[in-house]
Design a protein around this ligand. Structure first.
Ligand SMILES: Cc1cc2nc3c(=O)[nH]c(=O)nc-3n(C[C@H](O)[C@H](O)[C@H](O)COP(=O)(O)O)c2cc1C
Length: 351
């Protein structure tokens, strides 16, 4: 199985399997309506930051693809959608391109499509500092994502299972590029303990990419290579739980990004109210793009942003920071998670 074929399989099975009705935990998170909202809709400010990078909109398209001729067109169309909707976008893993110099054009196409856009490079946690710099240079990236995907590598027969080398290699990558570095998961979430370790190693931008949407265990099982691993399709920390855990350890200068099963402005607002500075979507936007086309994908993102703004008005939040501070009501398994971790339900992230 070549890497190029695997890239095509990932797109195919991500679309076929969709989110598989996995729970994000966000269904257990409710807002309190503010009947005296002081916020007029035209005063809502949704700008945010990832480290030193300013984003006009707190929603972006997260890493999906690149690295095979057949997916170049998907990256071009995603970049066109990002441009029309005014959002940032991450490319998929540039591993093959920086290791073997292959298919760089399948990533560079995003910059050609949107020269002024905000783009994130994406590499594995085992690249060298030079390879990380090459990934950033390839697309003149505004930030670098480094992905953690232990579940996928474990399950893929051809996966790289040298997990014990990752923490020390990450330390080599800290500060290796002149743009913010985001440590991201890929659908299994992050717990407070590992975020603390990453902070101790000098990182300050985290994308939890929790359970609730795309599942690489499900994708690998469907590819027929790892049938035994079907039972790991639901493995991981649900996105809401991961955000609650992460928010407890965030320092005022840290950035928290929510992803994993986000497909609406409502969920984006819930994720921000749990402490996220920005929200990312992969599987849901890919599905709309591939099944309904570019125009539909743009209006889908526009609706997500419009719904987020309406919820900001109805919770009395003029800014993303204010939405992070609104009271929330927790029910179900997410309330049980809060209690079993010894947290206060009304805890709010420090700023
Ligand atoms: C087809 C596909 C390919 C992906 N490839 C990558 C990748 O190369 N690098 C990466 O960091 N994440 C990759 N991801 C993971 C996403 O960036 C995201 O973390 C994960 O899918 C959870 O978000 P979602 O539930 O909105 O899809 C991929 C996701 C999909 C659907």
């Amino acid at each position: 199985m070549t890497r190029e074929q695997r890239k095509l399989d990932h797109i195919r099975y991500a679309l076929e399997l969709n989110s598989g009705n996995r729970s994000t935990g966000l269904e257990d998170v409710r807002f309190l309506h503010n009947c005296l909202t002081p916020v007029d809709p035209d005063r809502v400010d949704i700008s945010t930051r990832i480290g030193s990078l300013k984003l006009p909109v707190p929603v972006f398209i997260d890493a999906i693809t690149g690295g095979a001729q057949e997916v170049k067109e998907i990256n071009r169309r995603l970049a066109a959608v990002a441009k029309a909707a005014g959002v940032a976008m991450a490319v998929g893993s540039q591993y093959g391109a920086v290791k073997e110099g292959q298919y760089a054009d399948t990533y560079k196409v995003v910059r050609e499509e949107n020269p002024e856009g905000i783009f994130f490079a994406n590499v594995s946690a085992l690249v060298s500092p030079d390879e990380a710099r090459a990934a950033v240079d390839m697309i003149a990236a505004d930030a670098l994502e480094i992905h953690l995907n232990a579940a996928q590598e474990l399950i893929m027969p051809e996966g790289d299972k040298t997990f014990s080398q990752i923490p020390d290699n990450l330390s080599r990558l800290q500060d290796c590029v002149p743009v913010p570095v985001i440590i991201k998961e890929t659908g299994c979430g992050m717990a407070a303990e590992q975020i603390r370790e990453l902070q101790a190693r000098g990182f300050n931008c985290f994308n939890v990419a929790g359970r609730g949407g795309t599942s690489f265990a499900a994708i690998e099982a469907a590819r027929g290579k790892a049938k035994r691993c079907e039972k790991f399709a639901d493995w991981g920390i649900p996105t809401a739980w991961s955000l609650i855990d992460a928010a407890h350890g965030m320092q005022p200068w840290d950035t928290l990004i929510a992803s994993g099963g986000i497909c609406s402005g409502w969920q984006a607002a819930q994720a921000i109210a749990l402490g996220a500075d920005a929200v990312a979507m992969s599987g849901s936007i890919l599905a709309v793009l591939q099944q309904q086309g570019e125009e539909a994908a743009v209006s889908y993102l526009q609706d997500v942003i419009a719904d987020l703004k309406d919820i900001m008005v109805l919770t009395g939040s003029r800014t993303v920071r204010e939405l992070q501070q609104v009271p929330l009501i927790f029910t179900g398994d997410t309330l049980a998670f809060i209690q079993s971790r010894g947290y206060e339900p009304q805890f709010k992230r420090k700023h």
